[in-house]
Write a protein that binds this ligand. Structure first.
Ligand SMILES: COc1ccc2c(n1)CCN(C(C)=O)[C@H]2C(=O)Nc1ccc(OCc2ccccc2OC)cc1
Length: 246
């Protein structure tokens, strides 16, 4: 048992380290900005953007966040042993989910604002995206994540579990992904047990179910957008966003 415990500790330590090293912004940086909100004029400026300008604006920023999640994935023990196709398959469906999990760290539940373009924005800033249901679902999910008050270590293991999901479509070697997923589950269980918060596990599985439906909604909106604005979607969107989500 001590041998496997050592492995479990090493597994958790490497996932937590990778999470820290691939968090685009440090928590302290963002806390300093929490009460910097947009002026009426700035909000007006976002609201007077055209649908495709605002979509492109957001896609560029979210692609930034996705890049960091790709880096995070590469350091999850076992991820790089998977085939290239399986790594892409996991990132195709999981990377936006992890961005949304991480986004909850940049969310201020007191005034319902999220970090965007250097300040904290309310839902009204995203009006010109013309997908209010997606934005309110994103904000609701962030609220739900904040309510769990996860530590950085718990968030790191949860993010890894969101990514390493053997139920994803079109996996070549599902068994191999299952083994990596199982080890990450053991790591998360280990951390929660150590923190005396075993009850969090089923809440986290409920969060994963909400997250999956949120990302289905995101893909539907992206499909709607790409059909309506094919030029923007196919030429201006960052390649990674297209590769992963189109
Ligand atoms: C990992 O966590 C975070 C958190 C915040 C940020 C980042 N990373 C990267 C850097 N960043 C910058 C530079 O603004 C922040 C950002 O992108 N914020 C932001 C972007 C779009 C939003 O809603 C629109 C939307 C949401 C979901 C899906 C599609 C969408 O629109 C098409 C809301 C907030």
């Amino acid at each position: 048992y001590p041998h496997s415990l050592r492995n479990i500790d090493e597994l958790c330590a490497s996932i937590v380290r990778s999470h820290r090293e691939t968090s685009q912004y440090r928590l302290e940086e963002l806390q300093a900005l929490t009460w910097k909100v947009f002026s009426r004029e700035e909000i007006q400026a976002y609201q007077s953007k055209t649908v495709d300008e605002m979509w492109q604006h957001c896609a560029v920023r979210l692609t930034d966040a996705v890049q960091y999640v790709v880096e995070f994935a590469k350091h999850i023990p076992g991820f790089r042993m998977l085939s290239q196709n399986d790594q892409i398959a996991l990132l195709k469906t999981g990377s936006m989910e992890v961005v949304l999990v991480r986004m909850s760290r940049f969310f201020n539940t007191e005034n319902n604002t999220v970090f965007f373009d250097g300040k904290f924005a309310g839902t009204e800033v995203f009006k010109s995206l013309a997908c209010g249901d997606l934005i309110s679902a994103v904000f609701d999910f962030a609220h739900g994540m904040c309510a769990l008050k996860l530590t950085e270590q718990q968030l790191a293991l949860f993010s890894a579990l969101v990514l390493i999901n053997a139920d994803r479509p079109s996996l070549e070697d599902r068994g191999r992904v299952q083994r990596v997923q199982r080890s990450v589950e053991l790591g998360l269980n280990h951390i929660l047990h150590r923190d005396n918060q075993d009850s969090l596990m089923h809440k986290l599985y409920q969060r994963m179910a909400v997250l999956r439906s949120l990302c289905v909604l995101h893909m539907e909106k992206l499909r709607w957008f790409s059909q309506r604005y094919p030029l923007t979607a196919h030429s201006l969107f960052p390649p990674l966003y297209k590769e992963l989500f189109a």
